[in-house]
Design a binder for this molecule. Sequence first.
Ligand code: 5AD
Ligand code: SF4
Length: 431
Amino acid sequence: MKKLYIETLGCAMNVRDSEHMIAELNQKEPYELTEELSEADLIIINTCSVREKPVAKLFSEIGVFKKFKKPGAKIGVTGCTASHLGKDIIKRAPSVDFVLGARNVSKITEVVDKKHAVEIDTDFDESTYAFGEYRSNPFKAMVNISIGCDKSCTFCIVPATRGDEISIPSDLLVQEITKAVKTGAKEVMLLGQNVNNYGRRFGSSEEVCDFTQLLQKISKIEGLERIRFTSPHPLHMDDAFIQEFASNPKICKQIHVPLQSGSTALLKEMKRGYTKENFINRCEKIRSLCPEATISTDIIVGFPGESDEDFKDTMDVLEKVRFEQLFSFKYSPRPHTEAAEFKEQIDNTLSGQRLTKLQARHTEILDEIMDAQLEKIHTVYFDELKSNGRVSGRANDGKLVFIEGSEELLGQIVDVKIIKTSRGALDAVLT
Ligand code: 5AD
Ligand code: SF4
């Protein structure tokens, strides 16, 4: 049997794209996954281009792969960097056999046999393509509900790599999730660049269904016990959506609300479509209707023109919302984006100082939140066997929980009591 080595960088959408590629390749001929590069017949790097660093790393990585791969093994570059660099990847690294964009995943079985094939069309509509089935975790399913992105945030390369937003028809989604439930998944993660913009445009039908209606439809699936989604956009968090989030018992109480900046002036420069006050108001609404919810966020520091005052606004939102999880980044100028052309690019040292300050304060908040979990009861879905006689899973609110145990706990949703806390995870015993 041929062996496949696949490295996945970036976001959950890329993780799902990798699963789709594995499934499609396997329908053509069986592949065994390997973590040993030198054994692989096919090497795929599923790339991310959201920041500059991983793009720079790509070419040194291709060099390493070329050196250690077995003779005749093929190298494919897929994902967002493939979309935005296209044939230049092969020009710069001729050892790459094919390039497949993030919007062209279904063509993996075509390009794999075509020397120097490049498929990167961002208008390609894959929204009704029936991908083969493969799940890296049998207990959970990831499902794309839309492809592409219709926003034009001035810092973000994604609209250029993944194209315009198209929603996948809700009946297809219900079918796909029902199938996953029948084969052991009790939890689904709905994926999209802006999930709560679902239904704005469908590829082929006259369908009318918004995200709140989709959540209601999906929660009717028998045997499905948990629904998660990522990422919603603060701009589309209307009251009906927050109400559904808070009151639907199948929806896990964890929500990602990407802030990017706390400064209304910078949010305008970023073309985010909301103000500092709108953002805080939406988080307050979530906390008031659903006090047990955890809120996570993404923040960029050092966006062009960011003043001390702007940064103070970001720190202020952190104090007010007290995000349970923070993903924070130094601004990185990207090709095909407006902000890369902005005059007032911020000095790297200053961005670094701001990032450190933001992360340090968030760590303090996180420690307080995690310490407060001691003795609490959480409902956890255990889905991973660890090596040291332990099993891990996620609490309803997304916290990582470990417990002593073995296979019999896998696939179980049980109440546990927290006996030890740390910054990243909780230790528990059965109640
Ligand atoms: N520079 C830094 N961070 C970025 N992100 C997106 N584009 C950039 C950029 N040019 C961050 C945003 C987004 C997350 C996935 O990556 O915070 O929400
Ligand atoms: Fe990276 Fe964004 Fe592409 Fe995901 S969509 S892989 S985060 S560039």
